[in-house]
Design a binder for this molecule. Structure first.
Ligand SMILES: [Zn+2]
Length: 237
Protein backbone atom coordinates (compact mmCIF):
# COMPACT_ATOMS: atom_id res chain seq x y z
CA UNK A 1 0.00 0.00 0.00
CA UNK A 2 1.27 3.45 -0.89
CA UNK A 3 1.34 6.39 1.47
CA UNK A 4 -1.36 8.02 -0.63
CA UNK A 5 -3.73 5.11 -0.21
CA UNK A 6 -2.96 5.03 3.45
CA UNK A 7 -3.83 8.71 3.79
CA UNK A 8 -7.08 8.14 1.90
CA UNK A 9 -8.07 5.33 4.23
CA UNK A 10 -7.21 7.36 7.28
CA UNK A 11 -9.38 10.19 6.00
CA UNK A 12 -12.22 7.96 4.86
CA UNK A 13 -12.55 6.22 8.19
CA UNK A 14 -11.79 9.27 10.29
CA UNK A 15 -8.91 7.48 11.98
CA UNK A 16 -7.21 10.66 13.12
CA UNK A 17 -10.40 12.05 14.54
CA UNK A 18 -11.42 11.71 18.17
CA UNK A 19 -13.37 8.55 19.08
CA UNK A 20 -17.07 8.67 18.26
CA UNK A 21 -18.66 9.49 21.57
CA UNK A 22 -22.13 8.75 20.32
CA UNK A 23 -22.32 5.19 19.07
CA UNK A 24 -25.60 3.45 19.81
CA UNK A 25 -24.17 -0.01 19.21
CA UNK A 26 -21.35 0.60 21.70
CA UNK A 27 -23.81 1.97 24.22
CA UNK A 28 -26.02 -1.08 23.89
CA UNK A 29 -23.14 -3.50 24.36
CA UNK A 30 -21.89 -1.66 27.41
CA UNK A 31 -25.39 -1.45 28.84
CA UNK A 32 -25.95 -5.18 28.42
CA UNK A 33 -26.97 -6.46 31.83
CA UNK A 34 -25.43 -9.86 31.42
CA UNK A 35 -22.02 -8.38 30.77
CA UNK A 36 -22.18 -5.79 33.47
CA UNK A 37 -21.38 -8.09 36.36
CA UNK A 38 -18.10 -9.20 34.82
CA UNK A 39 -16.29 -7.31 32.16
CA UNK A 40 -17.72 -3.86 32.70
CA UNK A 41 -18.11 -4.00 36.41
CA UNK A 42 -15.97 -0.97 37.01
CA UNK A 43 -15.47 2.26 35.18
CA UNK A 44 -11.84 1.86 34.28
CA UNK A 45 -11.66 4.97 32.09
CA UNK A 46 -9.99 7.03 34.80
CA UNK A 47 -7.13 4.52 35.04
CA UNK A 48 -6.19 5.47 31.47
CA UNK A 49 -6.48 9.22 31.92
CA UNK A 50 -3.87 11.11 29.84
CA UNK A 51 -3.17 13.64 32.60
CA UNK A 52 -3.40 11.45 35.66
CA UNK A 53 -1.80 8.28 34.32
CA UNK A 54 0.08 9.14 31.13
CA UNK A 55 1.84 5.75 31.15
CA UNK A 56 -1.46 3.87 30.94
CA UNK A 57 -2.78 6.29 28.35
CA UNK A 58 0.27 5.59 26.21
CA UNK A 59 -0.18 1.82 26.64
CA UNK A 60 -3.76 2.10 25.39
CA UNK A 61 -2.82 4.43 22.56
CA UNK A 62 -0.06 2.09 21.38
CA UNK A 63 -2.58 -0.76 21.19
CA UNK A 64 -5.08 1.42 19.33
CA UNK A 65 -2.39 2.54 16.89
CA UNK A 66 -1.65 -1.07 16.01
CA UNK A 67 -5.33 -1.76 15.35
CA UNK A 68 -5.77 1.39 13.29
CA UNK A 69 -2.68 0.67 11.22
CA UNK A 70 -4.10 -2.74 10.40
CA UNK A 71 -7.47 -1.35 9.48
CA UNK A 72 -5.81 0.74 6.81
CA UNK A 73 -4.73 -2.47 5.04
CA UNK A 74 -6.93 -3.89 2.29
CA UNK A 75 -9.22 -6.73 3.33
CA UNK A 76 -8.02 -10.25 2.64
CA UNK A 77 -9.68 -12.69 0.25
CA UNK A 78 -12.69 -13.61 2.35
CA UNK A 79 -13.40 -9.97 3.03
CA UNK A 80 -12.98 -10.19 6.77
CA UNK A 81 -9.92 -7.99 6.81
CA UNK A 82 -6.61 -8.65 8.39
CA UNK A 83 -4.23 -6.85 10.65
CA UNK A 84 -0.54 -7.49 10.79
CA UNK A 85 0.81 -6.71 14.21
CA UNK A 86 4.41 -6.40 15.14
CA UNK A 87 6.47 -4.14 17.34
CA UNK A 88 10.02 -3.27 16.33
CA UNK A 89 11.53 -6.36 17.91
CA UNK A 90 8.64 -8.85 17.74
CA UNK A 91 7.64 -10.90 14.71
CA UNK A 92 4.47 -9.70 12.94
CA UNK A 93 1.24 -11.24 14.14
CA UNK A 94 -1.85 -11.45 12.01
CA UNK A 95 -5.16 -10.57 13.56
CA UNK A 96 -8.53 -11.18 11.99
CA UNK A 97 -11.84 -9.44 12.23
CA UNK A 98 -14.75 -11.74 12.83
CA UNK A 99 -18.37 -10.62 12.84
CA UNK A 100 -20.00 -14.09 12.85
CA UNK A 101 -22.61 -12.78 10.40
CA UNK A 102 -23.39 -14.11 6.95
CA UNK A 103 -20.32 -14.22 4.69
CA UNK A 104 -22.24 -12.30 2.00
CA UNK A 105 -22.93 -9.53 4.47
CA UNK A 106 -20.10 -7.24 3.40
CA UNK A 107 -17.85 -5.92 6.12
CA UNK A 108 -16.02 -2.61 5.91
CA UNK A 109 -13.93 -1.64 8.93
CA UNK A 110 -15.10 1.59 10.53
CA UNK A 111 -17.92 2.19 8.07
CA UNK A 112 -19.64 5.31 9.42
CA UNK A 113 -22.98 4.13 7.97
CA UNK A 114 -22.74 0.73 9.61
CA UNK A 115 -21.65 1.25 13.22
CA UNK A 116 -19.92 -1.55 15.08
CA UNK A 117 -18.02 -2.26 18.26
CA UNK A 118 -14.55 -3.74 17.95
CA UNK A 119 -13.73 -5.89 20.94
CA UNK A 120 -10.11 -6.88 21.21
CA UNK A 121 -8.59 -8.91 24.00
CA UNK A 122 -5.18 -7.29 23.69
CA UNK A 123 -2.52 -9.73 22.55
CA UNK A 124 -4.93 -12.26 21.03
CA UNK A 125 -5.31 -12.83 17.30
CA UNK A 126 -8.99 -12.01 16.90
CA UNK A 127 -10.98 -8.81 16.88
CA UNK A 128 -14.66 -9.44 17.50
CA UNK A 129 -16.86 -7.13 15.48
CA UNK A 130 -20.31 -6.53 16.90
CA UNK A 131 -22.40 -4.78 14.30
CA UNK A 132 -25.67 -2.99 14.60
CA UNK A 133 -28.73 -4.00 12.57
CA UNK A 134 -28.00 -4.28 8.87
CA UNK A 135 -28.84 -1.02 7.11
CA UNK A 136 -31.72 -1.54 4.67
CA UNK A 137 -33.22 0.74 2.05
CA UNK A 138 -36.57 2.48 2.53
CA UNK A 139 -38.33 0.12 0.08
CA UNK A 140 -37.11 -3.04 1.81
CA UNK A 141 -37.94 -1.56 5.18
CA UNK A 142 -41.50 -0.85 4.05
CA UNK A 143 -42.04 -4.21 2.35
CA UNK A 144 -39.97 -6.66 4.40
CA UNK A 145 -39.36 -4.82 7.64
CA UNK A 146 -36.01 -4.48 9.41
CA UNK A 147 -33.25 -6.97 8.56
CA UNK A 148 -32.72 -9.34 11.48
CA UNK A 149 -30.06 -11.56 9.92
CA UNK A 150 -27.20 -10.29 12.07
CA UNK A 151 -26.13 -11.82 15.32
CA UNK A 152 -26.59 -8.72 17.37
CA UNK A 153 -25.60 -7.64 20.83
CA UNK A 154 -27.18 -10.44 22.87
CA UNK A 155 -25.38 -13.13 20.89
CA UNK A 156 -22.08 -11.43 21.54
CA UNK A 157 -22.85 -10.81 25.16
CA UNK A 158 -23.30 -14.58 25.56
CA UNK A 159 -20.18 -15.30 23.59
CA UNK A 160 -18.01 -12.88 25.55
CA UNK A 161 -19.33 -14.32 28.80
CA UNK A 162 -18.42 -17.80 27.61
CA UNK A 163 -14.97 -16.60 26.60
CA UNK A 164 -14.46 -15.16 30.06
CA UNK A 165 -15.57 -18.38 31.71
CA UNK A 166 -13.24 -20.39 29.51
CA UNK A 167 -10.47 -17.99 30.32
CA UNK A 168 -10.87 -18.77 34.00
CA UNK A 169 -10.39 -22.48 33.32
CA UNK A 170 -8.00 -22.30 30.41
CA UNK A 171 -4.32 -23.01 30.45
CA UNK A 172 -3.85 -21.76 26.89
CA UNK A 173 -5.49 -18.36 27.12
CA UNK A 174 -2.70 -15.78 27.31
CA UNK A 175 -2.81 -14.77 30.95
CA UNK A 176 0.26 -12.63 31.01
CA UNK A 177 0.00 -9.06 32.12
CA UNK A 178 0.09 -6.77 29.08
CA UNK A 179 -0.03 -3.53 31.06
CA UNK A 180 3.47 -3.92 32.51
CA UNK A 181 3.85 -0.67 34.38
CA UNK A 182 5.01 -1.98 37.76
CA UNK A 183 8.53 -3.17 38.44
CA UNK A 184 6.95 -6.03 40.40
CA UNK A 185 4.79 -7.04 37.40
CA UNK A 186 3.96 -10.71 37.93
CA UNK A 187 1.32 -13.20 38.96
CA UNK A 188 -2.32 -13.91 38.10
CA UNK A 189 -4.19 -11.36 36.01
CA UNK A 190 -7.68 -9.96 35.73
CA UNK A 191 -9.42 -8.27 32.81
CA UNK A 192 -9.19 -4.51 32.51
CA UNK A 193 -11.42 -2.94 29.84
CA UNK A 194 -10.70 0.35 28.14
CA UNK A 195 -13.19 1.99 25.85
CA UNK A 196 -12.11 4.46 23.20
CA UNK A 197 -15.09 5.39 21.07
CA UNK A 198 -16.02 2.36 19.03
CA UNK A 199 -13.13 0.24 20.34
CA UNK A 200 -13.19 -1.87 23.42
CA UNK A 201 -9.72 -3.02 24.39
CA UNK A 202 -9.51 -5.62 27.10
CA UNK A 203 -6.15 -5.79 28.85
CA UNK A 204 -4.86 -8.42 31.23
CA UNK A 205 -3.54 -6.73 34.33
CA UNK A 206 -1.64 -8.30 37.24
CA UNK A 207 -2.19 -7.28 40.85
CA UNK A 208 1.08 -5.28 41.28
CA UNK A 209 0.36 -3.31 38.08
CA UNK A 210 -3.26 -2.63 39.06
CA UNK A 211 -2.16 -1.42 42.50
CA UNK A 212 0.47 0.78 40.89
CA UNK A 213 -2.01 2.22 38.38
CA UNK A 214 -4.60 2.99 41.05
CA UNK A 215 -2.02 4.73 43.19
CA UNK A 216 -0.67 6.66 40.20
CA UNK A 217 -4.21 7.70 39.28
CA UNK A 218 -4.84 9.06 42.80
CA UNK A 219 -1.49 10.86 42.89
CA UNK A 220 -2.06 12.17 39.39
CA UNK A 221 -5.41 13.50 40.48
CA UNK A 222 -3.92 15.37 43.45
CA UNK A 223 -1.15 16.78 41.28
CA UNK A 224 -3.58 18.00 38.63
CA UNK A 225 -5.76 19.67 41.27
CA UNK A 226 -2.70 21.40 42.75
CA UNK A 227 -1.64 22.48 39.29
CA UNK A 228 -5.08 23.91 38.59
CA UNK A 229 -4.98 25.90 41.82
CA UNK A 230 -1.48 27.15 41.01
CA UNK A 231 -2.54 28.19 37.51
CA UNK A 232 -5.45 30.15 38.96
CA UNK A 233 -3.07 31.80 41.46
CA UNK A 234 -4.91 30.31 44.42
CA UNK A 235 -3.30 28.79 47.51
CA UNK A 236 -3.77 25.01 47.73
CA UNK A 237 -6.54 24.37 50.27
ZN1 LIG B 1 1.74 -6.40 35.42
Amino acid sequence: MTDNNNTDYRRKYGMDEPPQADNKVVDRVLANERLHGDLFTRDSGELFDPVRTPQMYETAQAALRRLHAGMALPADRDGLGCVVFGEDDTPPQQVRFDHHDDRRDTFTPLDPDDPAVYVWFVGTTLVNVIRGPKPVGAFDLATRGPDTSRRGVDYYADMLRLMMELREMSTVWPRECNVEVSRGCDGPTQLLPYRAGTFLLVFEVCEPCLTYVKAATDTGYELSVMEAYARAGLPFP
